[in-house]
Write a protein that binds this ligand. Sequence first.
Ligand SMILES: O=C(O)COP(=O)(O)O
Ligand SMILES: [Mg+2]
Length: 225
Amino acid sequence: MSSLSLQAAIVDLDGTMVDTLGDFVAVLRLTLTELGLPVVDRAFVEHTVGKGSEHLIRTTLAHVGGDAALYDAAWSAYQRHYLALNGQYADVYPGVVEGLQRLRDAGLRLACLTNKPVAFARPLLASKGLDGFFEVVFGGDSFARKKPDPLPLLETCKALGTPPAQTLMIGDSSNDAEAARAAGCPVVLVTYGYNHGEPIRAVPALAHVDRLDQVQWPRSGVFSG
Ligand SMILES: O=C(O)COP(=O)(O)O
Ligand SMILES: [Mg+2]
C-alpha cells in the first residue's frame, strides 16, 4: 500500500467503537410495545442500523406493518427510551481504547462522527470512557445531511482544520466508505460492525482491520498497511 501522510482521523461510533446493537434492540422493543406493535428481532436491527434514527424508525414501522402516521409517536417514544437506557446494553469493542491511544500518540487530531443523534452520542462516549479522545463530536443531526452524504465529513474536516485527503475515516459500513470516497478522505474499515448484512470486505478501503489497534500508524505519521 502506498504511503499516506495524515493529520487527523474521523472515527464512527456504532459498530466501530461501541457494539450498541443491544441498546437498539431494547429501545425498539420498548417503543414498539408501547405502540401496541409486534417487536423486531436482532438480525433485522443489525441489518437496518447505520443510517440514523429516522431511517431506523421508518424502516421498522414498515417492517412490522405499522402505520407511517405513527412516526411522530414512535420517534418521541424512541428518544425517551434511548436516553433512559443509552449504553446499558452496549460494550466497547476490544482494541478500541488501544487503537485510539495509538492514533493520538502518533499526533493525529481525532473527531467522532456518527449518524446517531448527538444527544445520544455524547453521553454514550462519556459513559464508556471514550470522550476524552475527541476534539469534536458530531451526530446525524449536526448537519443538514447524514453519511453516506459527504457533507458531515467535509464539515468535520473544516472543524478540525485538516484537509480531507489527510483525514482518515475509520468506520464499519458502506455509509462511512461512500461518504469518505465522495469527500476525498482515505478510509479504513473494521470487519466486526454492521454493514446492512453485506460483507464489508467487498467495500473498497485502504485496509480492512479486525481491531482498531491494527490500523498501522507509525509515529512518523505515515500510514502503511
Ligand atoms: O445511528 C446509526 O444509524 C448508526 O450510527 P453510526 O454507525 O454512524 O455511528
Ligand atoms: Mg457505524
